[in-house]
Design a protein around this ligand. Sequence first.
Ligand code: ZN
Length: 494
Amino acid sequence: MEQKFFIYNTLSRRKEIFKPLHAPNVGMYVCGPTVYGDPHLGHARPAITFDLLFRYLKHLGYKVRYVRNITDVGHLEHDADEGDDKIEKKARLEQLEPMEIAQHYTNRYHQAMDALNVLPPSIEPHATGHIIEQEELVKEILNNGYAYESNGSIYFDIEKYNKDHKYGILSGRNLDDVINNSRELDGVGEKRNQVDFALWKKAQPEHIMRWPSPWGDGFPGWHCECTAMGRKYLGEHFDIHGGGMDLVFPHHECEIAQAVASQGDQMVHYWMHNNMITINGQKMGKSLGNFITLEQFFTGNHESLEKAFSPMTIRFFILSAHYRGTVDFSNEALIASEKGLNKLMNGIADLSRVQAGNESDASTKAFVAGFRQQCYDAMNDDLQTPVVISHLFEACHLINILLDHKAQISGKDLTELADTMNLFAFELLGLKNEHASNNDVREAAFGKVVDMVLELRKKAKDNKDWSTSDQIRDALAAAGFEIKDTKDGVTWKL
Ligand code: ZN
């Protein structure tokens, strides 16, 4: 059945029906990590949110090109234009090449994403691999008169831009508010206006990460990379741009300004943002002592954690809230989430024990008939995962009733129930049954095969077919099995 998929557009501030610009192709860009530290919860939420969207769009039949970048240059300490480059600072502290830092934390990020069952994007471009494209963008903006050079750096001229277009349409700020709320206390410096942002920064002599440009050696401003790489891989107009809500201002606001100032119009059709994560009601921050990396969650190795929480517990917990709502992490909430996930996984595993009858009773029939579309309806309503999960729990409840023989289900309905649960829990929510590892599955299958071979040997013996029985025993012995005939039956070990 064709689904009408509604998503909330941060720009229009309402839910809109999703209509791709070039169906069946969909272009989707999500701001990825700045790779200068171990991945933490703040990385997990956007990755999981847009993984869910990626999975769902593909399921709906779209060909999705999902671009998620790696920021390995230009992200300065104070999101404005001042301070050290975050990667270069870390490199200096650890006496490493900045690219060693970037590579190390990119690897760490990938490991954590694998553990969380986040699918890799279609393209993962690095900012340092696209300096030329960023310089081109800066040249276009300069040529169009929306930027100026000052002391070897290039700044975006927000006041000029605001005269011709409107600055602040995504965040809903007007320019006067931005100027009044600007936290830069140390004056304007080389900028014409304190709200202007850097497109290109001149590299000081001690700065390691530097590239030649028409304006001298320097490095791109942080906002340039996403505009340049989004356009390179997804075209001048593409469907979805996503990221965490903290990126709305200034990062995405500046991206819109850069696009309009360079190509004359906006690139992005739908802006989507996930809400933030708090820990015990507080914003996560290094200074607050509540900064917990994903690995610390997975191992339990942090003083404020009562125990380890598996990657799927974290994923399930994040999906238990709508992506635009806040999520507050606490030991109690995670323990509850772990219980919920176990309940769901056990329910799905229990499906194999349900005996199908000839017909479903009326209430089972009614539930199964509506189950799939109810899950779709929730997904179509701007990815309402908590509602999907509540429907999956209703299905678990039905499975318990069926196992207690207090309800009846037909073979056809049982298949539909199982298919729907597998689709939404595993394929779309991207959960995994962590207790059923591949090894467990393989071992169980292996044991069943050996039992079956021994059963064949017993049948041969019962038929006094000694040659077959000996042949099986010899073959098993040659393969390293020790077979013992006891009075209670046959035992084996490897
Ligand atoms: Zn970005």
